[in-house]
Design a protein around this ligand. Structure first.
Ligand code: ADP
Ligand code: ZN
Length: 528
């Protein structure tokens, strides 16, 4: 049934019942809907699964005219439009998958006032043709979904989003609602500026996902750790495994398959038909593990993903939050598990250093990476740390549902250990990587040690109180703290930094996690 003119008088709640079959609003939905229905602009920050779509779909139905939804992904549009049509809403999409005939049919319906909601790809919306068509139509509102794509600092930057500033210029009287599930302070500012939302209220929901258990483990052999994690805790569950490269995706997917875990690869290098077949199997069958690059996920609405695993460090807390947020959209207990090691920091740093980006961009990227490394290294509640990054304060000291809260790591005074390690890097000429430094510290007479005469140095064998694995943990933490850095131009040689001097002089307090994370949740499970 058409839901335009005759239904205007209907209030939001009855539309919620009759159109969407839902019994009540969630969180800030009601407030947002009444603000937008009354013609106001706003920015909505709500976690994935929070219910953002209703925030523009309902006002579009309640206001006169058609709601225009800017959405970056064709697959996402298709699903949303299909769902809406099923609920009796006159919805359509305009994107590159339509034939010219189909497109002009949609345009005709828009101008005739036959549509309640129209999804448009951003690059299409900003064309002169589309803008003049919109000028002829009666537009109820503009909804800009995945609004963080305007942020050039963000992990999902889409240049075509920048041009969306034309909406405010050309249609100043039509309400604009921008929505996103990821927005740190910087991204939020950029959205506000680019979409002209300076005076608009921001509706910020809690980003907490209490049903997700966060766990970050020390990476040793990532693939066998992953297999163990799946076998022991998620046998038969659907999950997503993120890797950095296409090769790695293939390698991990076949390793899991060989181990009897139904795993499928997904990355941009795969043939389109294979990609969509794998995605469909993941969505429709039970217990499929998809191994993917970051190309996978935006707009995937599968409620019962029980775990999201990272085998490589993402680029930022925002990316980590968004990717882990794909777990447990049904509210049931789920896991966000990541294996992380020194090599991850080194690799991400190198990618930033070697990119052709501007110095500003590199600086921001390094800041974002450091924040994520801080989350990986923290000995305190990970959830609090994660939420604090988005400006949110969680009450209490512990959340009770992250590895550090469940089994608090022991801390030790690491001043002397740090001094030993830094002296060792210094005395050996700042030309060697982790392995060799540890050999010298624990006094191993390797060929390389003898070749360079490092057994004659005062630092040789001064670190016998720790074993190799423990030294690796210390080393990684010092790199994470910035007291030691890996030089990508010198094959990963570890060098001192500006802050090293104060550490060597004993002026800096250093607290280190005693053991590598990872063994702890398993240990606590064994007890229970
Ligand atoms: P987001 O876009 O924020 O990730 P969606 O709009 O896709 O979230 O909504 C996520 C799920 O929550 C959908 O299945 C939707 O039907 C459901 N949902 C949204 N609002 C409500 C509500 N008020 N009551 C019950 N379910 C809701
Ligand atoms: Zn916690």
């Amino acid at each position: 049934a058409p839901l335009t003119a005759p239904d205007q008088g209907r209030d939001a709640l009855s539309a919620l019942h009759s159109v969407f079959g839902l019994s009540g609003f969630r969180g800030a939905q009601e407030q947002i809907i009444s603000h937008v229905t009354a013609g106001g602009n706003c920015l909505v920050l709500m976690p994935t699964g929070g219910g953002k779509s209703l925030c523009y779909q309902l006002p579009a139905l309640l206001r006169e005219g058609c709601g225009i939804v800017v959405s970056p992904l064709i697959a996402l549009m298709r699903d949303q439009v299909a769902g809406l049509i099923e609920s009796g809403v006159n919805a359509a999409a305009l994107n590159s998958s339509l034939t010219p005939q189909e497109a002009s049919d949609v345009e005709r319906r828009l101008i005739a006032g036959d549509l309640d909601l129209l999804y448009v790809a951003p690059e299409r919306l900003v064309t002169p043709r589309c803008l003049s068509m919109l000028a002829q139509a009666n537009v109820a509102l503009f909804a800009i979904d995945e609004a963080h794509c305007v942020s050039q600092w963000g992990h999902d930057f889409r240049p075509e989003y920048v041009a969306l500033s034309v909406i405010a210029e050309r249609f100043p009287d039509v309400p604009r609602i921008a929505l996103t599930a990821t927005a740190d302070e910087l991204t939020r500012k950029e959205i506000v500026q680019r979409l002209s939302l300076t005076d608009a209220p921001q509706f910020v929901s809690s980003f907490d996902r209490p049903n997700i258990r966060y766990e970050i483990v020390d990476k040793r052999n990532a693939v066998s750790q992953l297999k163990e994690f799946i076998r022991e805790r998620h046998a038969g569950d659907a999950g997503v495994v993120y890797c950095l490269s296409r090769n790695r995706v293939e390698e991990v997917a076949s390793a899991l398959s060989d181990a009897g875990i139904p795993a499928l690869p997904y990355h941009a290098g795969l043939d389109g038909s294979i990609r969509s077949r794998n995605q469909d199997r993941f969505l429709n069958e039970d217990g499929i593990v998809i191994v993917a690059t970051v190309a996978f996920g935006m707009g995937i609405d599968k409620p019962d993903v029980r775990f999201v695993a990272h085998l490589d460090l993402p680029k930022s807390i925002e990316a980590y939050y968004q990717e882990t947020g794909r777990a447990g959209r049904d509210g049931k207990p789920s896991a966000a598990w990541m294996a992380y090691g020194l090599q991850d920091i080194v690799q991400q740093r190198r990618m930033i250093d070697e990119s052709s980006a501007s110095d500003d961009f590199k600086r921001v990227s390094i800041g974002k990476l450091d924040a994520l490394v801080g989350l990986a290294e923290t000995a305190h509640c990970r959830r609090k740390r994660l939420l604090a990054y988005f400006g949110e304060t969680l009450q209490g000291d512990t959340c009770g549902n992250c590895d550090n809260c469940l089994t608090p790591p022991r801390l030790r005074d690491g001043k002397v250990l740090a001094q030993k390690l830094l002296s060792c890097a210094y005395r050996t000429g700042q030309r060697f990587g982790a392995m060799h430094l540890i050999d010298v510290l624990i006094g191993r007479l390797t060929e390389k040690v003898t070749q360079f005469g490092h057994d004659k140095l005062s630092v040789f064998g001064i670190g016998r109180e720790l074993n190799e694995k423990q030294w690796r943990t210390v080393l990684r933490q010092l790199v994470a703290m910035g007291h030691l850095q890996s030089d990508s131009e010198a094959f990963g040689a570890l060098k001192l930094t500006e802050s090293s001097r104060a550490v060597l002089r004993g002026e800096t307090d250093i607290w280190l996690r005693e053991e590598a994370p990872g063994t702890r949740i398993r240990a606590s499970r064994a007890k229970s």
